[in-house]
Design a protein around this ligand. Structure first.
Ligand SMILES: [Zn+2]
Length: 307
């Protein structure tokens, strides 16, 4: 009879230990985000008051995810749904339709469209249509790549959590301030790191870095994709190779989920380097959270541009 009693005691201790430091799961706000980056920020601000999950794996292009039935279920149960707005998540509409959860639909009380708070770049000055293969129809939607926007996004998340859950607003505000302080401490360092290369031009694969370029003072005006979302063509690669040679540009920048074949080919022919950056938290092991991602990306750029 000795052994069962020991087992019960050990189990009880385990259950007790597990429960002690955390909030009961039933009391946590269920937050669902489209991107892993928003999930990381929501977790930082929400702490143990929130249970956060995301839909788009950072290992794939966030424009073209195929949500799973389990994602539909998650959105149905979400008490807050956080997304990019615009046309970043082309799969968001069908996902919301399938979940049919009125509160998290556009304009609902439990929906947070992060694009509303940031100053968008590249808003088209002429009519563009998806029928011609265009994306980024409402401005460039990759805005979380600038830490200045990261602070705005974090503030929006904190405000929304406080609206939904007023008793814990002071905790959300405290966590927000802590994150903002950390970002404020690192921002000058990241900018300093790239200051020697201010104005230098780099080439991108997809047009997903304008906010990072603005932040770092680098320039990126040409891409391996002939249009955002259209895969590189031999004609475009030939043109970009010549352009890189003429301008003596040093780097072709892409996210890890794009095949690096085209970038490597162009870089080799033009005597430049391929630079792999994280577009979202968790895309590479070194980009485990928002701060780490920016640390990694600025370090990679600096390293590639150093002669
Ligand atoms: Zn894009």
């Amino acid at each position: 009879m000795k052994r069962p009693l020991q087992v019960i005691l050990v189990l009880s201790a385990l259950i007790w230990c597990e429960r002690l430091p955390t909030v009961d799961a039933a009391q946590r706000l269920r937050v669902v985000t489209t991107l892993s980056t928003y999930a990381d920020l929501a977790k930082t601000i929400g702490g143990d008051r929130v249970e956060v999950s995301y839909v788009a794996s950072p290992k794939f292009n966030p424009h073209f995810i195929e949500p799973k039935p389990s994602d539909v279920l998650k959105v149905q149960r979400a008490e807050l749904f956080i997304h990019s707005g615009l046309d970043l998540e082309l799969w968001r509409g069908p996902l919301l339709d399938a979940a049919s959860h009125r509160d998290v639909m556009p304009g609902g009380s439990r929906e947070l469209d992060l694009s509303r708070g940031v100053q968008l770049l590249e808003i088209p000055d002429h009519p563009v249509s998806r029928a011609e293969g265009d994306m980024h129809l409402y401005g460039n939607p990759h805005y979380w790549m600038s830490p200045d926007n990261g602070k705005i996004i974090a503030q929006e998340i904190a405000d929304k959590l406080s609206d939904i859950d007023p008793p814990h607003a002071p905790a959300y505000e405290r966590n927000l301030q802590q994150l903002v302080q950390q970002l404020d401490a690192k921002i000058p360092e990241w900018q300093q790191r790239l200051a020697p290369f201010k104005g230098q031009e780099v080439i991108g694969y997809h047009n997903e870095w304008p906010y990072l370029m603005q932040f770092t003072g680098l320039r990126m005006e040409h891409f391996l994709e002939p249009k955002p979302g259209i895969p590189p063509t031999p004609k475009q690669l030939g043109w970009v190779t010549d352009y890189l040679r003429q301008r003596h540009a040093q780097a072709v920048v892409q996210a890890s989920y794009q095949s690096r074949e085209a970038a490597d080919q162009v870089a080799r022919r033009a005597g430049a380097k391929t630079v792999i950056l994280c577009q979202n938290v968790g895309e590479l092991p070194a980009c485990g959270n928002y701060m780490a991602m920016l640390e990694y990306d600025t370090a990679q750029l600096s390293q590639a541009l150093t002669p």
